[in-house]
Design a protein around this ligand. Structure first.
Ligand code: NAD
Ligand code: GLY
Length: 380
């Protein structure tokens, strides 16, 4: 079904780093979309092997109306490639094409391409502009907005990166029509997230439109993307570098990142891990007496309705520690070990994003024994 909705603009207010987030159908292929991007140098489209055959040609044609030179680099697809080796392919392309400081990078793809392109833009010649052209639901509702860029380290997710804002975000709803159902569900995890932490009316709306969202119905998608971007822009506008408030956007991510790293990057999709992680964080909130059981049940049902897992995996033993000894730790030990390298952790003390009332989140620690209990209850 075509998603040719009218164009709406959400603004993110960050003083001289402010930028517009365009939401609409068919935006990617229109030269007009990029009229305000500085075009004195070259453009480099960064994409991957899956997205390139779908959307690189129309983007390239649109950019050729603005830029004299438009280059393309195609990365391998997958979370397991969000690393130094793949990042270097972007730098190789920039240098081989003799790109200079006026170059603009265009991130065409999901959150993996967006996070790596942003990091490359932050560091090439100490910083060149970049534009996010997110093509997954997850990237349109979350990762393309807010300027977090990163690659993974084998010991921790998104551990190496920079805060670096894009010049513009172009959410073309039409691109969502080619997303596999599993990726739509993964994106819905981040849509669901905004309700319990910030906006109960949006949670109500998400519940009542879950069928339409899973079916990628145009009006529902347009509202989900726009409202998610508004909430995220509001939070990031108050705390760009996560010195406090912004951490609430990581609801479900502490457990989720442990699942992604512990299972091996790419086995669980980021959105699947976040969906399950929200269930675990809600159960921890309940165990701490912050919310009641019906609220947890409501969230579990919504995560399930989105087609996401609500039972955590048993993390496999890591049999390659430095001393070569077999890993005899328990499943809960493995979660705790991974969560201690989370970016919110302080001196190894894990900080969780918990729900402490409908539409309200808090960041705090929890006793290990309680966390173990929640992990044991939630994982099979
Ligand atoms: P992804 O980038 O791996 O994309 C998912 C899959 O969909 C890939 O196989 C991709 O090639 C494919 N794809 C992309 N667009 C498509 C389209 N239109 N049609 C068909 N297939 C398409 O995953 P994601 O879920 O988009 O992003 C997850 C990543 O985002 C993780 O690395 C996560 O850490 C990161 N993230 C970052 C932030 C942030 O604030 N920077 C926030 C949330 C998540
Ligand atoms: N996805 C969490 C953040 O952008 O802060």
């Amino acid at each position: 079904m075509p998603l040719n909705n009218p164009v709406e603009t959400v603004s993110i207010a960050l003083a001289e780093r402010s930028y517009p987030i365009l939401v609409g159908g068919g935006l990617l292929a229109r030269a007009q979309t990029y009229h305000d991007v500085p075009a004195a140098g070259a453009a480099l489209i960064v994409t991957n092997t899956t997205v390139e055959p779908l959307y690189a040609a129309p983007l390239r044609t649109a950019l050729q109306a603005c830029f004299r030179r438009v280059h393309l680099v195609v990365l391998p697809d997958g979370e397991q490639h969000k690393n130094w080796q793949t990042l270097n392919l972007i730098f190789d392309a920039l240098l081989q094409h003799r790109c200079d400081r006026r170059t603009v990078l265009f991130a065409l793809g999901g959150g993996v391409v967006g996070d790596m392109t942003g990091f490359a833009a932050a560091s090439f010649m100490r910083g060149v502009p970049f534009v996010q052209v997110p093509t997954t639901l997850l990237a349109q509702v979350d990762s393309s907005v807010g300027g977090k860029t990163a690659i993974n380290h084998p010991l921790g997710k998104n551990m190496i990166g920079a805060f670096y804002q894009p010049a513009k975000v172009v959410c073309d709803l039409q691109t969502l029509t080619t997303l596999p159902a599993r990726e739509v569900s993964a994106g819905l995890a981040e849509v669901i997230k905004y309700g319990p932490i910030a906006d109960m009316a949006f949670l109500d709306w998400t519940e009542s439109h879950m069928g339409a969202l899973r079916a990628c119905e145009p009006k529902a998608m347009a509202h989900a993307v726009k409202r998610s971007c508004e909430i995220k822009a509001h939070v990031v506008g108050q705390d760009e570098r996560e010195s406090g408030l912004r951490a609430i956007l990581n609801f479900g991510h502490t457990f989720g990142h442990a699942i992604e790293a512990g299972m091996g990057y790419g086995r669980w999709l980021h959105g699947e891990a976040v969906g399950c992680g929200m269930v675990m964080a809600a159960r921890l909130s309940l165990a701490l007496g912050l919310i009641d059981a019906p609220f947890v049940t409501r969230l579990v049902r919504l995560v399930e309705a989105a087609g996401l897992p609500v039972v955590g995996p048993q993390l496999p033993p890591n049999d390659a520690p430095g001393d070569g000894a077999a890993d005899v730790s328990s499943n809960a030990d493995r979660y705790l070990r991974l969560m201690r390298v989370d970016k919110k952790a302080q001196d190894g003390d894990i900080k969780f994003v918990l729900i402490d009332g409908p539409g309200r989140a808090v960041v705090r620690g929890a006793p290990d024994a309680l966390v173990r209990q929640v992990i044991d209850d939630c994982c099979r």
